[in-house]
Design a protein around this ligand. Structure first.
Ligand code: PMP
Length: 426
């Protein structure tokens, strides 16, 4: 009666169906930045489960923390009582946030963190409107979806929550116009937009902070993707030294193993929402603050620091960006590599050569614009590198690698890109 997870996995209907259509590969092991299939072939994972495995997969310290929580038989989810581990994690997180931020609310995902921020903003300011950015992404539940800057995600799910309207990213004048009636509860923005890795102009976020203060709007930084060292600083806001009123986080916070989310905020917001005599219940969730998520969070912060991952990954990210940019002179349809730290976009444009144009047009027609598959498919098949097609026009190959890539990985990435692009280009 042994419980054998791997056997169950192999006997799974899904794996069987995949085999019948000739897809006979499955990943059997995952360690750090590598995945291994059933034959032991190694794949370099530059996707990290959409950014959650900043520490790589199955990091021993995270595994240890999770096992320890269970083996110590710590009381979990003793609702209405003090949660010791969540207090510890909040304390550690607050060492990393700007000095105006001193409270943390925990939940179970990025979209939940954004939902909470919307509710907290409305409750605190007694205003209804929320402003967000075109091409932004904040999750897919109804509140977060209402702030989604791509029509394709919203289509068919309306009516979404009222009072939400977009402004272009990087457009200070448009934001000022949107906030100037002093009736907007919050401006919710990713410091670096995740979908196509759109970077803000250097004055944008500092100006956003000033405008939000001027018009009494709460400034919510959605760091679900950019946080926890992804961009070469602990928070992306640290690149500009700004102080939002709320910071949403999730993804890498638990080392990728346990669902988790959080909103860090000012004392004033926390007091307005929670420290009330007239209402016992305001907002929360049954599994928030669960021991596994909190322990994994504490272990994650420990590893980021101990292994000096943020600093080393920032340098490695810059090297990858510079090496790929150096190739753009050779290849007309490689536009640029951009990003910060280990959040990298490699953007392509429609090629000018006739042969490429024909291939491109075919792929575009077949894949509704996913023409970057010309690059991502051979990268995967021939070089065993996992990447993702992204961007507004699906013209970007996006890399969110684990933070501990080494020089061998870097060379493999750069050489593989060079080879794939030159072969596509012939
Ligand atoms: N905000 C941002 C910036 C994100 O990148 C994501 C996830 N891609 C979310 C929110 C939603 O997070 P989750 O998928 O954990 O709900």
């Amino acid at each position: 009666n042994k419980f054998d997870l791997y056997e169950q996995y192999l006997n799974n209907q899904m794996v069987r169906v995949l085999k019948t259509i000739g897809y006979d590969r499955h990943y059997k092991r995952a360690v750090g930045q590598y995945l291994y299939d059933q034959d032991g072939s190694e794949y370099l994972d530059l996707l990290s489960g959409f950014g959650v495995f900043a520490l790589g997969r199955n990091h021993p310290t995270i595994a240890h923390a999770l096992k320890e929580v269970l083996s110590l038989e710590l009381p979990n989810l003793v609702q209405l009582d003090v949660s010791v581990l969540s207090g510890l994690l909040a304390q550690e997180l607050l060492k990393t946030t700007p000095d105006n931020i001193n409270k943390v609310f925990f939940c179970n995902s990025g979209t939940e963190a954004v939902e909470a921020a919307i509710k907290f903003a409305r409750f605190t300011t007694k205003r209804e409107k929320i402003v967000f950015c075109e091409h932004g992404y904040h999750g897919l539940t109804m509140g977060a979806l209402s702030l989604n800057g791509e029509e394709i995600f919203r289509e068919g799910f309306g009516p979404l929550i009222p009072g939400c309207s977009p402004v272009p990213f990087n457009d200070i004048a448009a934001l000022e116009k949107a906030l100037s009636n002093k009736d907007v509860a919050a401006f919710v923005v990713e410091p670096i937009q995740g979908k196509g890795v759109n970077l803000p102009d250097d004055n944008y976020l500092p100006e956003v902070e000033k405008l939000c203060k001027k018009y009494g709007t709460l400034f919510v930084a959605d760091e679900v993707q950019t946080g926890l060292g992804r961009t070469g600083k602990f928070w992306a806001i640290d690149h500009w030294g700004i102080k939002p009123d709320m910071i949403c986080m999730a993804k890498a916070l638990s080392g990728g193993h346990v669902p988790v989310g959080a909103v860090a905020m000012t004392q004033k917001i926390m007091d307005t929402v929670y420290n009330r005599m007239d209402r016992a219940v305001v907002h929360g969730s049954t599994f928030a603050k669960n021991n596994l998520a909190m322990a994994a969070g504490l272990a994650t912060l420990h590893v980021l620091k101990e292994e000096n991952l943020i600093e080393t990954s920032a340098a490695m990210g810059n090297e990858i960006i510079a090496s790929i940019n150096a190739m753009s002179e050779k290849y007309e349809f490689l536009m640029e590599a951009r990003g910060k730290g280990m959040m990298i976009a490699i953007e392509f444009q429609s090629p000018k050569s006739l042969k490429l144009k024909a291939a491109w047009a075919m792929l575009e027609a077949a894949n509704k614009g996913l023409f970057c598959q010309m690059v991502t498919i051979p990268l995967f098949k021939e070089h065993r590198i996992l990447t993702q097609v992204a961007g507004h026009g699906m013209n970007v190959v996006k890399l969110l690698p684990p933070l501990m890539l080494n020089q061998k990985d870097r060379d493999h990435i750069v050489n593989s890109f060079d080879k794939v692009i030159s072969e596509t280009h012939q």
